[in-house]
Write a protein that binds this ligand. Structure first.
Ligand SMILES: Nc1nc2c(ncn2[C@@H]2O[C@H](COP(=O)(O)OP(=O)(O)OP(=O)(O)O)[C@@H](O)[C@H]2O)c(=O)[nH]1
Length: 277
């Protein structure tokens, strides 16, 4: 059953439970926003090999995956998280203090998978503490306001800072343009073109969204969760396979030493010493 938890550094957690939610139950790999703007899977579904492995009795358990949202203040980081988790939108701006935390549970190919969403503050004064939350992030979402061109440049800097602190070998990277509802069609097309170039440079997958209208919010989070699941599951399966291989290569050597060499040496020395037992 999906379970959500919102928490601020200064506020206690308020756990809530929700009924079966089709947005968090995934049986197929959701498509990218644009096939031209993703360095990740362009397939229409999870790899058949992964599906097959997940049918086997020995299934790996996955720990919740850490996602961090970075970007300038007021670009709409909190708004996209709130739209997805609570289907709510607030027009009045309330700056994030330090960092907010959400735990969203998904069911992917029948497996439970948790996403820890860390919504960091964009205000300069919190930058020093936000760094501490960047560690071990498996996914980084660099966010910019589509109606503020300068926030795209800033998003690149936020991403580079997050990558400096991050210890995960190769996190998934998304570049997300928010507030798509504020632009005319021409402005939207122009901004997407600029952002597409930036996304390619950053080797990030690109999305344009609007928390106000809900445009592409579910699609974005579903894609993020599915890619994070696929990556984490493949890593776990690889680990299981190499452990199993190590065990099979070690076992025959050990048994040979025990069964043959040590057995016959002890027999012959006993016979020499005249012991009959
Ligand atoms: N029109 C419109 N306004 C939005 C949208 N998303 C966010 N906003 C508004 O932009 C302002 C800032 O949004 P937040 O989500 O608080 O921004 P933030 O990036 O979390 O800001 P910090 O906490 O300071 O880092 C708020 O007034 C929101 O209502 C959107 O999709 N469309």
């Amino acid at each position: 059953m999906p379970h959500r938890m919102r928490q601020n550094l200064l506020l206690p957690a308020t756990p809530t439970a929700t009924q079966h939610d089709p947005r968090t139950h995934l049986r197929h790999l959701p498509p990218a926003y644009s096939l031209a703007q993703t360095p990740y899977s362009r397939d229409k579904d999870f790899a058949p090999q992964l599906r097959y492995q997940l049918e086997l009795p020995r299934k790996p358990k996955l720990r919740p995956c850490k996602v961090i949202f970075v970007g300038d203040c007021a670009v709409g980081k909190t708004a996209i998280v709130n739209r997805f988790c609570y289907d709510k939108f607030q027009s009045n701006y309330k700056a994030t203090i330090g960092v907010d935390f959400e735990l969203e549970n998904f069911s992917i190919l029948g497996h439970n998978f948790g996403l820890e969403m860390w919504d960091t503050a964009g205000q300069e004064r919190f930058k020093c503490i936000a760094g501490a939350y960047y560690r071990n992030a498996s996914v980084i979402v660099a966010t910019y306001d589509m109606a503020k061109r300068e926030s795209l440049e800033a998003a690149k800097k936020w991403l580079s800072s997050a990558l400096n602190y991050n210890t995960t070998q190769k996190p998934l990277i998304f570049l997300v343009g928010t507030k798509a509802d504020l632009l005319t069609k021409e402005e939207f097309v122009r901004m997407e073109r600029l952002a597409g170039v930036a996304a390619a440079e950053l080797q990030a997958e690109y999305w344009s969204v609007s928390a106000r209208s809900g445009y592409k919010i579910n699609e974005f989070f579903q894609r993020l969760a599915a890619l994070a699941f696929e990556t984490a599951m493949q890593q776990q399966l690889k680990l299981l396979k190499s452990t199993a291989e190590e065990q099979t290569t070690q076992t025959p050597e050990k048994s040979q030493k025990f069964d043959l060499r040590s057995y016959f040496t002890s027999r012959s020395s006993k016979q020499k010493s005249g012991c009959a037992c």
